[in-house]
Design a binder for this molecule. Structure first.
Ligand SMILES: [Zn+2]
Length: 275
């Protein structure tokens, strides 16, 4: 089935996505509807090259299908539609888990004590290494949530070192972007989100489970998912999800930050819509 739907013309150098599969992939991702015909064609070309460059593997009993690979490729290529695939160079492996997966962690605290624990996560991008995704989360695209865009924007961010929310700027494409201003606007927005989060957390009754649906109603007042308040790298990744999937609230809350994202990605998902 993979061979017929993803016809390999020259092994590992070119992949052609079947027309019907491409149409079905676009239809399942409503945030791609804003792209015009030329942009959709460009996205398809990038996705085909992406599929030739990357290697997919699954964990557990999950069966790897062409539809899964094309869906991930299309979403991963959206942030680089105008930038090209250069930001995704230097690694090849994408591992898909059926659902959220467990990752053992080790953290050394200030006293030098090593704490070991297990994290349950929906996706992870390793610096210079593989990118891991939960397939259940790839399919859960309600609100501004998009784990593929999240992890791939971490990869863009890591192209100049750690994921700190400041990706490398291209001298030609990003001539007007200044890393210092980017960092300042990012930190202002990040600090404001944290201040809003502190206010909300002070309001949540102490006996309410922070993971419960009742607590979600409090967090829903934030203009971005609370996970963005973790650190500036997560703020950039979560903002990028919102930017491409449900941008209105992001632009209303952080207009200057939104404009910088538009100038970085060279796309404006709200172009033509009144402020
Ligand atoms: Zn992240």
């Amino acid at each position: 089935m993979l061979k017929t739907l993803l016809e390999r013309l020259r092994p590992a150098t070119h992949v052609r996505i079947d027309d019907a599969l491409w149409t079905a992939t676009l239809a399942a991702l409503p945030f791609l509807a804003r792209l015009d015909a030329a942009e959709r064609e460009r996205l398809r070309e990038l996705a085909q090259q992406f599929l030739a460059d990357k290697e997919f593997a699954t964990a557990g009993e999950l069966e790897l299908t062409a539809a899964m690979q094309v869906s991930i490729a299309a979403q991963a290529c959206l942030p680089v539609l105008k930038l090209g695939l250069g930001g995704y160079r230097g690694w090849t492996s994408i591992v898909i888990y059926p659902d959220e997966f467990l990752v053992p962690r080790e953290v050394t605290d200030e006293a030098g004590v090593v704490h070991e624990y297990v994290d349950q996560i929906a996706g992870e991008a390793w610096d210079g290494g593989p990118l891991l995704l939960s397939w259940a989360d790839v399919q859960a695209t309600d609100g501004s949530y998009n784990v593929v865009i999240h992890e791939f924007t971490h990869k863009l961010d890591m192209a100049n070192g750690e994921a700190d929310g400041v990706p490398p700027f291209d001298r030609r494409l990003h001539a007007g972007l200044d890393p210092e201003r980017w960092r300042r606007v990012l930190e202002d927005a990040y600090e404001r989100l944290n201040a809003e989060l502190d206010l909300i957390e002070a309001e949540i009754p102490p006996d309410l489970d922070p993971e419960s649906p009742q607590a979600d109603a409090y967090y829903a007042r934030l203009p971005l998912d609370a996970y963005a308040a973790t650190d500036p790298g997560e703020f950039f990744a979560v903002s990028s999800e919102a930017f491409f999937v449900a941008p209105q609230r992001l632009r209303d809350a952080f207009p200057e930050w939104y404009d910088l994202l538009a100038r970085f990605f060279l796309q404006d998902p709200l172009a033509g819509e009144a402020r």
